[in-house]
Ligand binder design. Sequence first.
Ligand SMILES: Cc1cc2nc3c(=O)[nH]c(=O)nc-3n(C[C@H](O)[C@H](O)[C@H](O)COP(=O)(O)OP(=O)(O)OC[C@H]3O[C@@H](n4cnc5c(N)ncnc54)[C@H](O)[C@@H]3O)c2cc1C
Length: 377
Amino acid sequence: MQYYECIIIGGGLGGLTLAIQLAKKGYQVALLEKERYPYHKVCGEYIAMESWNYLESCGIPLTELNLPRLQKLTVSAPNGNYIKHQLNPGGFGISRYKLDFLLANEAKKNGVVLLENCKVQNITNQTPTIYEVQTDQGNFTTQTVIGSYGKRSNLDVKLNRDFIKNKAKGLDNYIGIKYHVKANIPEDAIELHNFENGYCGISKIEDDRYCMCYLTTAQNLKQYQGNIKLMEENILYKNIFLKKYFTQFESFYEEPLAISQVNFSNKTQNENGIIMLGDAAGLITPLCGNGMSMAMHASKILSNLLPYYFENETNKNQLLEKYTESWQKQFGTRLWVGRKIQQMFGNPILTNLLITALKPMPFAVSKLVSLTHGKSY
Ligand SMILES: Cc1cc2nc3c(=O)[nH]c(=O)nc-3n(C[C@H](O)[C@H](O)[C@H](O)COP(=O)(O)OP(=O)(O)OC[C@H]3O[C@@H](n4cnc5c(N)ncnc54)[C@H](O)[C@@H]3O)c2cc1C
């Protein structure tokens, strides 16, 4: 059975950037991804500027890619009442199709063993310190498993994680829908339009495309027997911005991309010694626009801690403790604030009141934005 110093499960932004950083430091890393690159993902595709330097350090030439800078925020309530705000520093737009593909190529270039179409089915202990990772392409062993497999996966069920055991309901059962469209909103805008029990973001990515992506409760879709179009016409279209955008903007997809069972419950960063990274460690509400940055920032934290463990300068317990502590310190408040803002935005009356109250107070909007974002890392 093939042995690797470190096995990373899931090649999204958390897994890919960690694999690149560890390989650059000379460690032997295998990254197992169930899909084949490039592929589309449900995501708003707005990346906060805090991640610019880290992505460049992973080999992505962001400056050369000539990507749209997103600095003008518009937020509307379901009744059309809206507020505009200058984001400083804001973010930039790039599709996951492109970014994950570029990172995957960079990982291979740096010597990462990247297995695509390789779904991990289970992780078991061979000895207290050695794990066996069972996949569609055979089994592997390692001392260090990183779980960077996203919001929800077959492995959460196998590991019997707490958030899976509690049946998702109400605020913890969301769906995400995404389109790439041809649009005519300003290139530097990021717009967030609310509707009953949900919100839809739109902003530019590469190649004259815009990403239009929304999150709403599973209950909203259930009311319309799972018919996305009918739900959009009856719920989203009540917001005049969304009615205009959904009826006028041409989609590049035949059908939207959709995901279900999105759950914002608390998670642990260590599950039986498996180190959780990105959404597998904790998922921030998308309206904060920085889940991707959190995943990559946590990968930087880990890439600095793991070498001490690989070189036997710390033991596993010390590694896990240090990582959990750093993770909570860095992201705990952001997650909490994101959840609170999401609860307010679900309700049409509250959203309207909030927007009216915030209009004359740009400093308060800046404060809210800064509470959900971090500094460059
Ligand atoms: C509707 C919506 C909009 C969002 N908009 C934004 C936004 O605008 N900006 C932002 O910063 N964040 C946004 N986010 C959050 C962002 O998408 C995530 O935080 C980010 O993708 C997390 O990266 P990750 O590496 O943890 O997981 P992912 O990118 O989800 O990667 C996980 C990978 O694991 C693989 N995988 C899963 N199970 C297995 C298995 N068993 N074996 C092998 N591979 C497996 C998957 O195929 C996937 O490639 C949004 C989220 C949602 C739901």
